[in-house]
Design a protein around this ligand. Structure first.
Ligand SMILES: *Cc1c(COP(=O)(O)O)cnc(C)c1O
Length: 405
């Protein structure tokens, strides 16, 4: 580096860059949320009720599904969906090892056996070829997880589902609004399962979840499973759960749903800006960008890079020192979790999932992320890798002018 060239470190010192900032989002919707919460308190209806009914209609419409049924969490949505789809104790359900714990936890919880198969290294989603190999006479369902906000490859899964007569349960917890060939998640399988955990793209003021389906009978079963199997009037046709959605959550979520597409646009724009800056700074040989496949709408619940060459720990340490937030989703693939030792997997069994766990690094992507923060993240990466940052980064206006020229 020539003398006098500004080093990234000179520019990057400054305010901390949080990984996510829900306070910034709340500031944009405070009055609407407060009005919705007031409405709930005035009605004194706190469980299910009209707010939940309205949210269910709105989510069903948003996903292109006929029905939506609110419940207490994304985890419960998976549990209820598996039961409604007829999965029995001892049955096998095929899912991804590279996901949040609940995907496989829900399968275990109903007494079924999680069958974990390897992922496609490009999308981090289930590799359909591995799914096919894993199908046995005990297989009762396939559960793709649309990880980080991008839909799994559905076409081959649809073919397998139809050839082997298996229901597809979508774990859409990270992917509300994501599309596969123009169709939305929640309408890509028998039942779609969503989470309203506060850091999801549509996050509530606490726990919550929802299930979507096109099937009237499944919808009726999901509705009764969430209220102890009651079909109405204390007629319990099966033993279910207490897994209802609070009216307060529904009221807040209805406000936030109106902003969801804007927020998704913000996330997408941030992802594009990262790609541009990571490329223009020549970091791509170490920090590999996430790939959006051509037939998908990626909603970027996470912006997940791969740090190659065994350099992730070093990069993370440096970002930490520079007060730049980053996260590893997920450091231990599920087949190597202690609680699943009984399944008999060992290191090396699912090499792509294991490599992903060793390499992934998620960067701040939330919609309100200030452009200067995003640039500081990239400058921070340059510094971490001892690369000279091309600073200052051109502004949006400058880039526009250059394009026009
Ligand atoms: C968040 C999440 C869940 C669980 O949702 P909760 O609402 O936290 O129970 C399930 N699967 C995936 C992939 C998730 O990201």
């Amino acid at each position: 580096m020539s003398a006098g060239t500004p080093r990234a470190s000179a520019e990057v010192s400054g305010t901390p860059v949080p990984f996510i900032d829900l306070v910034a989002q709340y500031a944009t919707i405070r009055e609407e949320v407060r009005a919705a919460v007031d409405r709930c308190f005035e009605s004194q209806t706190f469980i299910l009720g009209d707010e939940v009914v309205q949210l269910e209609k709105e989510i069903a419409a948003y996903c292109g599904a006929k029905h939506a049924i609110g419940c207490a969490s994304g985890t419960d949505a998976l549990i209820l969906a598996l039961l409604a789809a007829g999965v029995q104790p001892g049955d096998e359900v095929i899912t991804s090892p590279f996901t949040f714990f609940a995907s496989a936890g829900a399968i275990h919880r109903i007494g079924a056996v999680p069958v974990l198969v390897d992922i496609d290294p490009v999308s981090f989603n289930l590799d359909p070829r591995c799914v096919e190999v894993a199908i046995t006479s005990r297989t009762a369902a396939i559960m793709p997880v649309h990880i980080f906000g991008q839909c799994a490859e559905m076409e081959p899964l649809w073919k397998l589902a139809s050839a082997y007569d298996l229901p597809i349960i979508e774990d859409s917890a990270q992917a509300i609004g994501a599309e596969y060939r123009g169709e939305r998640t929640g309408a890509l399988g028998k039942i779609g399962c969503f989470s309203f955990f506060p850091t999801k793209n549509l996050g509530g003021a606490g726990d919550g979840g929802i299930m979507t389906t096109q099937d009237d009978d499944l919808a009726a079963r999901l509705r009764r499973l969430r209220v102890h199997g009651d079909t109405g009037g204390y007629n319990h046709v099966e033993v279910g759960f207490n897994s209802r959605l609070d009216a307060l959550q529904a009221a807040v979520l209805r406000v936030k749903l109106r902003h969801l597409d804007n927020w998704t646009a913000g996330r997408t724009a941030n992802a594009e800006r990262y790609a541009e800056l990571i490329r223009s700074n020549g970091l791509e040989d170490v920090v590999m960008l996430p790939t959006t496949l051509p037939d998908r709408r990626h909603v970027f619940n996470q912006f997940t890079t791969r740090v190659t060459g065994g350099r992730r720990a070093e990069v993370m340490q440096s970002l930490k020192e520079q007060k730049i937030g980053c996260m590893v989703y997920y450091p231990i693939p599920l087949h190597l979790q202690k609680c699943f030792a009984y399944l008999g997997y060992k290191p090396g069994d699912l090499p792509e999932a294991e490599r992903a766990a060793d390499e992934v690094l998620s960067l701040p992507i939330y919609a309100e992320l200030p452009p200067a923060h995003l640039e500081r993240v990239v400058a921070g990466l340059c510094h971490a890798l001892d690369r000279q940052a091309t600073l200052p980064f051109p502004s949006a206006a400058e880039r526009q002018a250059r394009k026009a020229a």
